[in-house]
Design a protein around this ligand. Structure first.
Ligand code: GLA
Length: 420
């Protein structure tokens, strides 16, 4: 294993589960009834397209939230929830009958409260009818790394609540659950994010990326086939933390809407049109009339949708044409440059990481992944080049920034599950 590289998470899942169940037993003097698990994600390509009605192509990763659950203790108030986070070593109590936002120190519980609230808003489940719960949670999805630790927590919560309510997995409409979890994120937590993260955490498939049409919510699993080709999916964490509920993300969203509104007027389309509804030619047709910033934002989104569909086509045919790997790498690079210059959501450390990657032998492609302003890069790397990649990128990054980059080699796994 190279410098800065972490132990593969896959081998630790069993260990984590055993430790969680043991911790649960010690704390609540009984074994959990079940454990729900939901993964984080990396997005291969298709960034900031999901709130513009466009396409995304994420992978559910073998980094997960685990949530051990049982009913309330005898004599507890109806609807009482005791939730203990192993990561924060903190317990918080709230009630399903009174789903208010948590004070700042208990902010992490908003994802759980918010999902209970949103499932009820959407008519999918009535948390008021649940007797209550005792919950212990633990996560190995790095936080603030742009790997969707919060979406994983939301999906794990939703699945746990359905299980508590006795609603079987087959009866759960997962796209609707993902939408409810997005509502929790948007309205309860206050980050105006799209549907990608919750969707992939709920519906990811092993060894595959998911092409998601974020407007129709149609989706298709595309096998990665990386193992057969000697390729690895690697994320590199810049150690520059990111957060969505600060201004940058919401501002980009507003700028995209401004561009779509402007073009809708010019081209006589419905007022609620999204950037998905316009071609690059149409955008170029308003250049000079649409303000430069929304113009650039729209150019990123429209070209990113095209790159995403092209990447899906290439991966879908198993890189079978001679130049496919090169083209795939070029698409990732163009995506990054578009995020850097047109969408302006990269930071110097992230640009440095992708530059270092592009200059390493055996790197098929690299770009920033996720919402931006820090977080991780995603890299497709030849297995034989992996050690040199992690050593060199880590060292050079450290030399230039003083920061320790972390490397994660990911497998694509299935979306949320209940472990009985
Ligand atoms: C965050 C959001 C997603 C998506 C990405 C950018 O991860 O949660 O909805 O917008 O940023 O592609």
């Amino acid at each position: 294993m190279g410098q800065g590289e972490e132990a593969p998470a896959q081998t630790t899942q069993e260990t984590r589960l055993a430790a969680l169940c043991q911790g649960f037993q010690e704390k609540f003097s009984q074994a959990p009834q079940f454990v729900s698990r939901a993964p984080g994600r990396v997005n291969l390509i298709g960034e900031h397209t999901d709130y513009n009605g466009g396409f995304v192509f994420p992978v559910a990763i073998n980094r997960t939230v685990l949530m051990a659950v049982t009913g309330p203790e005898e004599g507890a108030a109806p609807g009482q929830v005791r939730i203990f986070s192993k990561d924060y070593d903190r317990e918080v109590t709230f009630n399903f009958n009174n789903l208010e936002k948590a004070p700042e120190a208990e902010r992490w519980t908003n994802y759980v409260r918010g999902v209970a609230w949103a499932l009820s808003q959407r008519g999918l489940l009535d948390p008021g009818k649940l007797p209550g719960a005792r919950i212990m949670l633990e996560s190995d999805v790095p936080q603030g790394a742009g790997l969707s630790s919060s979406a994983a927590l939301e999906i794990a919560t939703a699945l746990a609540l359905f299980q508590l309510a006795g609603i079987s997995d087959v009866a759960i409409d997962r796209p609707k659950v993902a939408l409810a979890c997005q509502l929790a994120e948007n309205r309860f937590v206050g980050a105006n994010t799209g549907i990608m993260d919750q969707f992939i955490s709920a519906l990811g498939q092993p060894d595959s990326a998911l092409l998601i049409d974020t407007r129709s919510l149609e989706y298709r699993a595309v096998p990665l086939g990386f193992a057969g080709r000697g390729l690895k999916l690697v994320a590199v964490n810049s150690a520059v933390p990111h957060r969505h509920d600060t201004g940058g993300y919401n501002q980009r969203r507003a700028e995209c809407e401004e561009a779509a509104k402007f073009m809708a007027k010019v081209y006589g389309k419905p007022e609620d049109s999204q950037l998905r509804d316009f071609t690059l030619e149409q955008l170029l047709g308003v250049q000079g009339r649409l303000a430069p910033v929304p113009f650039k934002r729209a150019r990123h989104v429209i070209t990113e949708d095209a790159r995403t569909l092209k990447a899906v086509e290439i991966l879908g045919r198993g890189f079978s044409h001679e130049s496919d790997l090169t083209t795939f790498g070029r698409l990732l690079r163009e995506s990054h440059e578009s995020m850097r210059f047109d969408f302006e959501i990269t930071v110097p450390e992230i640009d440095l990481l992708v530059n270092l990657a592009w200059n390493q032998p055996g790197v098929i492609g690299a770009r920033m992944t996720g919402g931006g302003f820090g977080g991780c890069t995603v890299n497709v790397v030849e297995e034989t080049a992996l050690d040199a990649f992690s050593k060199n990128v880590w060292q050079k990054y450290r030399q230039e920034t003083g920061l320790d980059a972390k490397m994660y080699v990911f497998d694509a796994v299935e979306g949320g599950t209940i472990i009985a």
